[in-house]
Design a protein around this ligand. Sequence first.
Ligand SMILES: Cc1cc2nc3c(=O)[nH]c(=O)nc-3n(C[C@H](O)[C@H](O)[C@H](O)COP(=O)(O)OP(=O)(O)OC[C@H]3O[C@@H](n4cnc5c(N)ncnc54)[C@H](O)[C@@H]3O)c2cc1C
Length: 407
Amino acid sequence: MTIAGEDLPHFFKVGRSWASTMKVAGLVTRYALERAAGHPRGLRLANGNGLIAGLWAAARRRGIHVLTGACVESLTLDGIAPARVSGAVVRIGERTVRYTARRGVVLACGGFPGNPERRAHFYPHVPQGRAHHTLAPITNTGDGLSLAEAVGATLRTSLSRPAAWTPVSLVPQPDGGVVGYPHYIDRAKPGIIAVTQEGRRFTNEAASYHDFVHAMLGVEGHGAEEPAFWLIADHRAQRLYGLGAAPPAPMPLGAWQRSGYLLSAPTLHALAARLQVSAAALEETVTRFNGMARDGSDADFNRGADPYDRANGDATHAPNPCLGPLETGPFHAVRLWPGDIGTFVGLATTPHGEVLDATETPITGLYAVGNDAASFMGGSYPAAGITVGAAMVYGYLAGQRAAAAQH
Ligand SMILES: Cc1cc2nc3c(=O)[nH]c(=O)nc-3n(C[C@H](O)[C@H](O)[C@H](O)COP(=O)(O)OP(=O)(O)OC[C@H]3O[C@@H](n4cnc5c(N)ncnc54)[C@H](O)[C@@H]3O)c2cc1C
């Protein structure tokens, strides 16, 4: 993520556009030089890196001291009813330090994506035995929620969905582990479809990642078997757009195929056998999809009908930027799993981040922002940015309220 959003289209046009090839060569060279100079990561500031760098610089200018490797273990209370949060007990290595907060404590521990118990409680598919893979830091174990609950806070749970869902594929690593890969835009590209283990499409593949996973969760398994989902591309689409982590041309695919991430076969029939999907059903699905793709209209799921879909498609592809037939072998598949990029269920707060108790009264001196606070979107996900944007805005409001507090 040392590239900006506007750089991304150039990566898809390497080898096809002179300007894009030069742009990418420049970015890659800069990155290589910075790594060769001994930096543990690229130094170019774009996207989240740029945002955090700006905030970090602002904090430094104000002389704010940032502790890393410091774990908040509990909150301290002052006074008798109504008590006020007056500080925090923090473990720093072997030491335990009590900090006093004059204005307030702001919790921003990133929600509970790495907390198995809370996931099992709030994600309905988890107790049903279905796998779930988070892409958020698994070290975000819900401490902010627990710290606040210990001083009387309540959670807002009445959200339409408990987390920001994202379909994930699992990339095998040399150490035998896997790393999750988010499928944000490949699903919307022409020549790519998603099917169930029955070889049938089940939703509009170009829908937002949040809605796509909602559709996955609506598919029933057979008996004890967990439903499986496959993203399938023909060779042309894979080479143009990539499929998950398997990159587009000119990058080779051999390593992805050998690791078992990318399953490939010369024909759809042979691919179906590899995936243990009914070949007849898959061929029927692709034949029907190809006809609709040529007409530019998805009569089954309306893919490519709205601006969101089309923005993630291929603007140069007609008649519909999201619909292209799968016809050129070999065919490729990547398995998809339900996952998330962060939690929505969180602490009940006022718009100024004041944490509420069971009677909906603010707990004096306690604030929560980011994913520790319940999402202001109520569980829906209209667009990327509703989490970081809200963290910025509500963080600012909470800071203002705390700074003005008289206690
Ligand atoms: C792959 C991916 C893509 C995303 N894309 C977007 C996007 O495009 N737009 C968008 O808006 N959002 C996006 N998000 C979501 C967004 O990144 C998160 O919602 C956001 O970073 C959460 O911010 P936060 O401050 O709540 O938590 P975090 O940024 O996770 O920070 C929480 C911090 O608290 C620390 N912590 C936890 N417990 C304790 C403790 N007890 N004591 C001290 N520290 C503790 C953690 O170590 C961590 O440093 C994406 C997320 C992922 C995973």
